[in-house]
Ligand binder design. Structure first.
Ligand SMILES: NC(=O)c1ccc[n+]([C@@H]2O[C@H](COP(=O)([O-])OP(=O)(O)OC[C@H]3O[C@@H](n4cnc5c(N)ncnc54)[C@H](OP(=O)(O)O)[C@@H]3O)[C@@H](O)[C@H]2O)c1
Length: 327
């Protein structure tokens, strides 16, 4: 089968031939129609984020396609079903293995492109905000990198849950888009951004912070988090070393929690999927929230798609599809 390969870290992706994977008892083998691009793919290509043990070395964490074969323990899916779901790797290929416990039926009214824009972003956002963060109606949330795939998923899930949502992003175009999704947003490239944000929100005003940045805003978070505030760290794009004031953490009873979806065990991921399916999927199926697709590239343009993501311009998900190769 065809797959996107690279030789050394930072080398360009190219279309090569590798053996088609064979489904184990609980796997679906799907013909890949669309794949969501993630920051993690860029990191993996740079050699910084190797796949967990036992996962495919091929890039790609979320996928949509049609079931072409299945393992003998799979009962909820049939050959020919349209599905989407979460994979530990292997999606940048013509065929991919998808654990049946991490697969969803693709609703009739969703395209494969939309299906590929859901799993990694929404499961990450749901699990961190509501399971780890215990975010509740009437509380307030600050999301950084708010126009990212995960950021927009988080904003939509929080808004539909009755949460007051604030976000940061790096361009006025993103700020405008975030406003349409119900967030009050701040451009961190504005002069005096931090002072303005603090002045508008006030100290002790935010119940939950969804943080992909790390060091850069550690001081801000210790100021704006409320008593019993939850600070959820999902990445460290702005530096790894947090300067923490122990007395602030103690007196405000702050919780600092880390989360990583890909590194969870299969069992844990299946549970996360079920929690999302039971509590949030209905909003996707019947309105309220939706996958937000910024742009679509063919698999042969994957290098351009990665360059575009690295330029920080996307608002929502970038999707790859094999369409041009199948013509
Ligand atoms: N822990 C987990 O399980 C998990 C799962 C999925 C994703 N993530 C993380 O979630 C984040 C979003 O992922 P995604 O795939 O949705 O990303 P994405 O759509 O590529 O968006 C990332 C955005 O982050 C901002 N950014 C980039 N570099 C930055 C820097 N050095 N400092 C501050 N902001 C920066 C940029 O927006 P602005 O500059 O406009 O804000 C960029 O557009 C990533 O950090 C990713 O690693 C974590």
């Amino acid at each position: 089968m065809k797959a996107l390969l690279f030789s050394e870290p930072n080398d360009p992706l190219y279309v090569g031939e590798i053996p088609t994977p064979q489904p184990k008892s609980e796997d679906l083998l799907i013909r890949v129609e669309a794949v969501g691009v993630n920051r993690a793919d860029l990191l993996q290509r740079k050699g910084h984020y190797p796949p967990p043990a036992g996962e495919s070395p091929i890039l790609g964490l979320e996928v949509a396609g049609e079931v072409v074969a299945k393992g003998d323990a799979v009962t909820k899916f049939a050959v020919g079903d349209r599905v989407f779901g979460l994979v530990g790797g292997g999606a940048y290929a013509e065929y991919a293995l998808l654990d049946a416990g991490l697969a969803f039926h693709l609703p009739e009214h969703f395209s494969f492109i939309e299906g590929a824009a859901i799993s990694e972003a929404f499961l990450t956002a749901y699990e961190s905000l509501f399971t780890l963060g215990q975010l509740k109606k009437g509380e307030s949330l600050l999301v950084h990198a708010a126009a990212s795939g995960v950021g927009l998923a988080a904003i939509q899930l929080a808004v539909v849950s009755g949460v007051h949502v604030y976000g940061t992003a790096g361009s006025d175009k993103k700020i405008k888009a975030l406003t349409t999704y119900g967030a009050t947003a701040f451009n961190y490239n504005d002069a005096h951004f931090l002072e303005k944000l603090l002045a508008q929100l006030g100290e002790k005003s935010i119940n939950v912070v969804l943080d992909f940045i790390g060091a850069k805003y550690a001081n801000l978070h210790q100021k704006i988090l409320s008593i019993d505030g939850r600070w959820l760290l999902l990445a460290a794009m702005g530096g790894r070393e947090l300067a923490l004031d122990a007395l602030t953490l103690v007196t405000k009873r702050l919780q600092v929690r880390g989360f990583n979806l890909r590194l969870q065990s299969l069992e844990q991921k299946r549970k996360i999927k079920v929690r999302f399916e039971q509590n949030a999927l209905p909003w996707l199926l019947h309105g309220g929230i939706k996958p937000i697709v910024d742009s679509i590239y063919s698999m042969t343009e994957a290098n351009a798609a990665h360059d575009y993501m690295a330029s920080n311009q996307n608002i929502g998900k970038i999707i790859l599809t094999w369409k041009d190769l199948k013509k």
